[in-house]
Design a protein around this ligand. Sequence first.
Ligand code: 13P
Length: 258
Amino acid sequence: MARRPIIAGNWKMNLDHLEAIGLVQRLVYHLEPRDYEATEIVVVPPFTSLRSIQTLIQGDRLDIGLGAQQCSEEESGAFTGEVSPAMLSRLDVGYVLCGHSERRTLFGETDELVNRKVRAVFAHGMLPILCVGESAEQRDAGEAEAIVTGQVLACLEEVSAEQAASMVIAYEPVWAIGTGRTATSGDADGMCATVRSVVAGRYEQSVADRLRVQYGGSVKPGNAAELLRQPDIDGALVGGASLDADDFAVICRYHRTR
Ligand code: 13P
C-alpha cells in the first residue's frame, strides 16, 4: 500500500499572526492541485497563530493541514501557561508534535511525559507527530539505533495498533537540526527503516506498512527531493526552510522532479 507523503513546516517560535497569514498566503500561491494530491502539506505555527491560520484555511478552503508544536498531557485545570489537547482540537488542529528534541533538551520532556502527551492527543481525535532522534555524542558512541529504538518503544506505551498505524513518527537526528548538516539520504532512510521495523516488532507488519515516517534536520530545497525519494522516508519535518514561502513551496513540490 502506497503511503501518502506528509510534509510539515515547524515554524518553532517564529512569526506573529500577521506574518503567519502572509506566509501561508504566499505558500499556496505557489502550489497547484497536483501538489496537494501528491503530498499532505501541514503548517505548524506557534499557538498564537493557530486561530488566524484556521480561519484562513476555512475561509479560502485551502488544502493545508494545521498542526500544533506541543500540548499539555492534562485535560484542564490549574496548569498556568499550558494549552490542552481539547482546545487544539476545537481549532481544527489535526496534528501535534510530541517530543521534539527542543522540548526534550530545553524543557526536560522525558519519554514518559511524551508518551502521556501522545495518548492525550489521540484521546482528542488528533494525530501525534512523534519526534525521535539521537544526539551527536550518542551517534559517535555508536548508540544511535538503540536510542531511537528506546524512544519509539517508550513513547508508544499503551498506544493501540490502530492508533500507531495512523500516526507519524519523525526521525530528527539532533545534530542535523538547524545546523545545515543533513544526514545522508542513505543514513536517514536506514534509520527511518529502523523505526518502521521497531513498530513492526511491537505490533505487526501491517501497522508498520501504514505508519508514515518523516525525516527532519536541515531539509532544504536542494536536498528534499533526494531525501523524499528514499523508500522508507514518507515525508519531511522542516524547520528553517518552512519560514520562507518560496523555499517551502519548492520542498512541497518535490514530487514534480521525480
Ligand atoms: P531545521 O530544518 O531548521 O534543521 O529544523 C528541523 C526541525 O527541528 C523540524 O522540527
